[in-house]
Design a protein around this ligand. Structure first.
Ligand code: SF4
Length: 257
């Protein structure tokens, strides 16, 4: 069954992290205060001010993130928030998840969902030829002998796997499409194509590292289905892929097609 990612897992872990950080900041503020005064009378004030600014920025960033998600629209700095979530908060959330018994996979799914929400909030738009649909190799039928990693259009369209439907979808919206066997090839495809936005289908592990690596390029990640286990004959929800492509394309005339 397709996993249902929940961005609220990430938010709860974030709130928990903020509370723990506040406690440690209190200790950091309280313990050295007496000693600092003996060095110079103004040191406790300067020290308290710096910590207060840090707490303010942390709480402000957290609230901004929550309200951006609740509102579904950019309030302020959603592009920056996406970077902070991907580069700084995510590793902490994995650690925090481990402490409170939330699996790494669940935190990754939640991160992808949260990232998608922030990308959609920012309402990035791009031309079709600057939009890349990036697929994992495991979507191809395991028994298919045709090499599609170099050129996905080598597919004969037999319909045994969803590569056929995905090529038709990409052709319909005139967006670029590519298949990658792993992170290294995916990075090469991105460097060669220079997309302004990416719709990527993959497992939570590859989506997470891909979203982190490609920042600031906006990526909407679609988790693949794995009815036969990981990395073999996986599937993509075509309607979700289509919706993600349309999120990046100009509302007209492409939405009318
Ligand atoms: S649809 Fe294309 S990639 Fe999939 S099995 Fe048929 S020829 Fe191979």
């Amino acid at each position: 069954m397709k996993p249902i990612p929940k961005k609220r897992t990430f938010i709860w872990l974030l709130v928990l992290t903020c509370l723990i950080l506040c406690f440690f900041i209190f200790l950091l503020w309280y313990v050295p205060l007496v000693g600092l005064e003996s060095i110079h009378p103004s040191f406790p004030f300067v020290y308290s001010l710096l910590l207060a600014i840090f707490v303010f920025l942390m709480v402000f960033g957290g609230l901004l993130l929550v309200f951006t998600i609740l509102r579904g629209k950019d309030i302020l700095f959603s592009q920056r928030l996406r970077g902070i979530v991907a580069k700084i908060l995510f590793p902490f959330m994995i650690l925090m998840g481990r402490l409170v018994g939330v699996s790494k996979e669940k935190v990754q799914q939640s991160f992808v969902e949260l990232n998608n929400h922030l990308v959609r909030s920012n309402q990035h738009r791009t031309r079709p030829n600057r939009l890349l649909l990036l697929l994992p190799h495991c979507i191809q039928d395991f028994d298919c002998q045709i090499k599609i990693t170099g050129n996905v259009k080598n597919c004969k369209g037999c319909g045994k796997c969803e590569i056929k439907d995905l090529i038709e979808l990409a052709d319909h919206y005139q967006v670029k499409i590519a298949v990658a066997t792993g992170g290294t090839l995916a990075r090469r495809i991105i460097v060669e194509n220079k997309p302004e936005a990416i719709v990527a289908v993959a497992c939570e592990l590859d989506l997470t590292s891909g979203i982190q690596d490609t920042y600031p390029i906006p990526v909407i990640g679609i988790l693949n289905d794995r009815p036969f286990g990981p990395c073999i004959n996986t599937r993509a929800d075509i309607q979700l892929v289509k919706a993600a492509l349309l999120d990046f394309l100009e509302p007209k005339p492409y939405r009318d097609i």
